[in-house]
Design a protein around this ligand. Structure first.
Ligand SMILES: [Zn+2]
Length: 196
């Protein structure tokens, strides 16, 4: 086992975990979340989480990008895993920097690749298409789900412009996403919890 100590490496300006034996620096950087707002005829796809955190709350198909994977492939994979949906990406809807929990979320606008077909994947209790007025706003898992849906609504009938950014008032002041381990992360990535 490496024996890490906290110190500022030579030429650096932040404290890092450095191996006391060999000097290897264990850089910790934000994780990237890829997700999508998938819609069909004005309805949006939401997944009811079957895993911690926020079990039973509704979220977008989204999760941590894997090494060797493009962000587009990650968004499609998450839709396949969580909603058993085959999707096509329209473009980037929003990029949210959630500095408090070390995440950058890249959210696409997307549609079904063919006729709408979806089902609850292993990480979901339920998957449904919601009309805007039927979205369970008080049961959304994370603030960024709310932001993403609003960004989708604002862009719904127009070409995608520049991606939306993190709401000014929100960065560093998030509730669910800031208090502890709340994230899009699937359970197999619970390493995230260690740094939250
Ligand atoms: Zn070492």
């Amino acid at each position: 086992m490496p024996d890490f100590v906290r110190q500022i490496p030579v030429g650096d300006n932040r404290e890092r975990s450095v191996c006391a034996s060999c000097g290897h620096v264990d850089y910790e950087n934000p994780k990237i979340v890829a997700g999508s707002v998938v819609s069909h005829d004005g309805l949006v796809l939401l997944c009811r989480r079957a895993i911690a955190p926020r079990i039973g709350f509704w979220t977008l198909p989204a999760g941590y990008l894997e090494l060797g994977e493009t962000v587009e492939a990650g968004a499609r994979r998450e839709a396949s895993e969580e909603a058993e949906a085959d999707i096509e990406l329209d473009g980037i809807l929003a990029v949210y920097s959630i500095a408090r929990i070390g995440q950058v979320q890249i959210i696409f606008r997307a549609r079904f690749a063919g006729e709408p077909a979806f089902a609850a994947g292993v990480e979901s209790q339920d998957v449904r298409l919601f009309a805007w007025d039927d979205i369970p706003w008080s049961e959304l898992a994370f603030p960024s789900v709310h932001w993403s849906l609003q960004a989708w609504r604002d862009s719904q009938n127009s070409p995608l412009g520049a991606p939306r950014g993190t709401p000014r008032s929100a960065d560093g002041g998030l509730e669910a996403e800031a208090n502890g381990s709340a994230s899009f992360g699937p359970s197999r990535h619970d390493a995230f919890g260690a740094s939250a």
